[in-house]
Every structure is written in C-alpha cells, then in structure tokens.
Design a protein. Sequence first.
Length: 213
Amino acid sequence: MNKQKRIAILTRLRDNNPTPTTELTFNSPFELLISVLLSAQATDISVNKATAKLYPVANTAEKMLELGLDEIKRYIKTIGLFNTKAKNIIKTCQILIDKYNGEVPENREALESLPGVGRKTANVVLNTAFGWPTIAVDTHIFRVCNRTNFAPGKNVIEVEQKLLTVVPTEFKVDCHHWFILHGRYTCIARKPRCGACIIEDLCEFNDKQHPTT
C-alpha cells in the first residue's frame, strides 16, 4: 500500500471519529492500568461491569491492597482468568507502592516489569493515559493491518514496527483506537462488513464480503 492511500485511510477514519478513545471505563492512569490488565482474553464490556463495582471501593494501589486478594477475586470473578489476574493486581499494587509512591510510572520499562503487563498493555497505558504516540497491536489491529495491506506483518511486533514507520506523526496518537474500533465493529474476523466500511475503496483485501441481493 502506498503512502497516499494510507494517509487517505487515516484521514477518513479521523473525520469519522475525531476524538477516539478506549471503550474501557476509567478515571485515572491506575484504573486504566487495572482495566487493561483485566481485559486480556475478556471483553471490554465484561471488564467495565466488574470495575463499575470495584473502583468505587478501591481505585488506588493502597485501597486495592487493603481490599485483599479474596475480595478482589469476588469483584472480578465474572472475568476470565480472574484468579491469576487478581494475584497480578496484588503484586502490581505492591510494586507501585514500593517503587513509585503508588503512582503508575510513565515509563515503558517500568510498566513492562509489572506482573501481567506486557508490551501491548504498556503501549495502551502510555498512549491513553499519557498521550504517547505508541500503537498497541491486538488481534483486531493485527487483522485490519494485514487484511487491508495497510501494515502487513507476520506477528504483532512486525505490525507495530511497520505502523510506527508508515503512520505520519499527526495520526500516531489516535491510530490505535481507530484501528481497534474498525476491527471490532466493521472489519470483523469471520465476515467483514465491507459494504458498511468507510475505507472499502481504499482497502486492498482481495476477498471483500457483500450481502447477496
């Protein structure tokens, strides 16, 4: 895909959604970090339902530790892998208190050292909480970038590196959100909704899907 087409795609996505953000509900970098940690192999909807009850009770590292492992499990038991995630939350909160005065560090290496936090989660926190021009690549973004030929790659790291190279600076902060929403609602896995796609004419996918008339 050439540069002009990529810019046209990004411009169209921006015009359609000028101020995109995560669908996770949060009011602080700490809440975002915990929500992203919980969202692994879970839907944003399920995470938001759980945190709507959890955060009014515990929305800081200190309060989360005071709540304790068993109570955290009780609040997040509807989310997949809740036992492991609860343990990671406790460990993460202890590290935040011991090393960062209870605050979420605005630092990639520090974030990736937290239990349950990988590169994707760190990218989301840096981008959404702190406004860094990072691009987190999940399954939706990986699919969209390969299917459209916008930034094809064999794995998420390849796609991320290519996106950071080909996406102009003015689009970098919001690119993650545009692509994840596009993959979640339009360029879906099994049967992409090509007929309802605002970038269909720019997409280089060879097997576009349209309902039969």
